[in-house]
Write a protein that binds this ligand. Structure first.
Ligand SMILES: Nc1ncnc2c1ncn2[C@@H]1O[C@H](COP(=O)(O)OP(=O)(O)OP(=O)(O)O)[C@@H](O)[C@H]1O
Ligand SMILES: [Mg+2]
Length: 270
């Protein structure tokens, strides 16, 4: 079969660079179906940005792709291995390649900023205390909060908490990084800086990034590809230019932030 007639998602199946592959993926919480028959692949080194109205399932999709939520149907393969039924030790090997910034940061409140970053290094590596402190300092400096090393999460601002969450997600130099709304609640300048930082750190490590944001400027700043979570599924809108001129009226309404359009009915369900 010539490659030209294969759909993009089918091409993913035969591409060795594909490190995440979801096929017919569904996720439900009891009777509430959040995602239904989602197909998606992610290639090594790309930045995929997920957008979409609140409550449509972006976080659920991100966590499912990261192996943290068990899909109710369909298959997920990570690094060419079927996730379902994979022995625990093999799952851990794959999870160790990943870093995640959770939407609410999930910082350890009883640990200082420095200790928050040191924690995964102590858990997962054999590094000496000196090496750990060097890495902690490096990442605190990279995200611009070295001065807060000995403060506790509740003693720093929301923007600093995000930066700390990012630093902790990156401390083990993951090759696959999930960011859930890295700029939520930040001012426009800090937001821009955070995305620049994400891109810079990604480049250094040639990492693969999947990020959620509803700030379209930030989405355009970082995306290789964009997909919108909508009505239990995914509209893969393509690269930035393709997304900007996408013909789907829901996509158009969402990216322009227009009040009238097909999305209104989905907001009523919130
Ligand atoms: N653990 C859970 N148990 C039951 N329902 C859940 C659970 N996690 C998420 N949901 C439901 O799944 C739906 C999608 O939630 P999700 O957090 O993925 O939305 P989102 O697109 O990330 O929204 P936002 O932009 O507000 O963060 C919501 O209706 C939510 O209530
Ligand atoms: Mg969310």
């Amino acid at each position: 079969m010539s490659e030209a007639i294969l759909s993009n998602e089918t091409k993913g199946l035969i591409n060795k660079n594909v490190i995440i592959e979801a096929k017919n993926l569904s996720v439900a919480f009891e009777a509430h179906t959040v995602l239904k028959n989602v197909d998606l692949f992610v290639e090594k080194g790309e930045t995929l940005v997920l957008i979409g109205p609140s409550g449509q399932g972006k976080t659920v999709l991100l966590k499912t792709l990261a192996g943290l939520i068990e899909p109710t149907a369909g298959t997920l393969s990570l690094y060419h291995k079927q996730w379902r039924g994979l022995p625990e030790n093999e799952k851990i090997k794959i999870l160790d390649k990943m870093g995640m910034l959770f939407q609410k940061n999930a910082l350890f409140d009883s640990l200082s900023c420095g200790e928050n970053i040191a924690f995964p290094l102590r858990e997962k590596t054999q590094k000496s205390e000196l090496e750990i402190q060097e890495i902690v300092d490096y990442f605190l400096e990279s995200v611009g909060i070295i001065h807060a090393k000995n403060l506790y999460p509740e003693e720093i601002s929301g923007g600093m908490q995000k930066r700390l969450g990012i630093a902790r997600a990156l401390a083990l130099m993951p090759e696959l990084i999930f960011y859930d709304d890295p700029t939520a609640g930040l001012d426009p300048i800090t937001s821009k800086k955070i995305i620049e930082l994400i891109l810079e750190l990604k480049k250094k490590n040639n990492a693969t990034v999947i990020a959620i944001t509803n700030d379209m400027n930030r989405a355009y700043q970082m995306a290789d590809r964009i997909a919108m979570v909508y009505q239990q599924n995914l509209i893969i809108t393509g690269n930035v230019e393709e997304t900007k001129k996408h013909s789907n009226p829901a996509v158009h309404q969402f990216i322009k932030g227009e009040l009238l359009g097909p999305l209104n009915s989905s907001f009523e369900n919130l």
